[in-house]
Ligand binder design. Sequence first.
Ligand code: CTP
Length: 430
Amino acid sequence: MTQIPEDVNAQLASKLKATLPSHIFDLLTSAAVQAENQGWQIYLVAGILRDSLLGLDVRDLDISVVGNALQIVEELARSSGFELEVFGQFGTATLKRPGEPDIDLVTARKESYPQPGALPIVEAGDIYDDLARRDFSVNAMAVQFTPGGFGMLLDPHDGIADLRARSIRLLHNQSFRDDPTRIFRAVKFARRLGFSIEKQTLELILQAVRDGALYTVSMDRITREIMLILEEPRADAMLWDLDRFGVLTSIHPLLSWPYEPGKIRSYQDELLTPEERRDTYLAVLGAELGPEPDEADNVAHWLSLPAPQAKLMRDAARLGKLWPQLSEEQSRWRIYNLLRELDVRALEAYARIEALRSDKTAWERLVLFLDTLRHIKPEIGGDYLESLGARPGPIYGEVLEQLLEAKVEGNVPTRADEEKFVREKLTQGE
Ligand code: CTP
């Protein structure tokens, strides 16, 4: 990570130019000119500013329009070929194109929370209102993009000082009560950026958790934050923090992460897609429920996980329970039968857990199943039995299952061996 320059304001314009892909920069410039012609201003806000000052890659872009964001964004979508998604009630919209960062535009707004955990009431505001409604000081800076003031930094909450101090600090004391999902965000940014959570902010997290703030938010919103965390390269450390702060047990008493940062990582983490990483950590969370695999269903249901992730978590719990059996002396057919009913994505996710490699025998057997055993299929099937004149019935299933066993064990390598095996079984059965 780079040093924050002494005079941020003087360097911001050139830093942004260097950070943004040139076609995105041009796109925003045309939006800015358009806005200025209407007497409006546009500002780059939040993550892009934080990350470009830290020398990190661009993720998504957030833009606040003091004026009418929807009008600007429609014009941009027409001229750029980006796809437009509009979320009407808050005057927010996203421009998307595969392979490009998302560009989120919002009409600058003021927010108030009718009750803790509820979605906010929104009204139009100026850029200072728009920064004041945000979570942490490092996310509450803006830089003007409109030509008249291009490159001018607004930092009313001392975000630059906190970037230098490498600190995640909440803007106001009610913030975690208003929006408890910010607890997850504090942990996420701190670990992702290698920052610490400022002392009072940490106290407010602990207090909000103690006071049950998490019970005021819908499980969908909580699960969304957890899923975002599981996609992060330092997800293990984030889960550790969530566990330490009492967040995981507040969500469900059986959810836990007893592993210190660095103990449980994904193998070759840097090569994984965010989804593969998410599945790996979800599998570990599931495996923690190994002693009570049926509870994994309850936990997955409680978290309102989509069906594929729920299955993954449940089957990871089952695998966690049968893991010791895999270490014992086992035939290929036993291994096959232990694992055949389980979700392949759960098995793959499990195989990526680096720490399990030290459990060499079990791990090698899991990989044997994934790479080889599960793909084994006899060449002949019911048609062949029929051609021999066998009468359809349970015998078909029995013989074909015995054939599969022989194939998995490597006893019938060729088609001729398979045919001979089946003929003998049918004769024995007569
Ligand atoms: N924000 C907030 N409270 C939330 C969610 C978002 O205050 N619960 C504000 C923050 O200012 C944040 C901005 O909205 O920076 C954009 O949200 P998001 O895209 O989630 O944050 P980024 O900082 O862009 O995070 P990332 O780097 O993960 O994309």
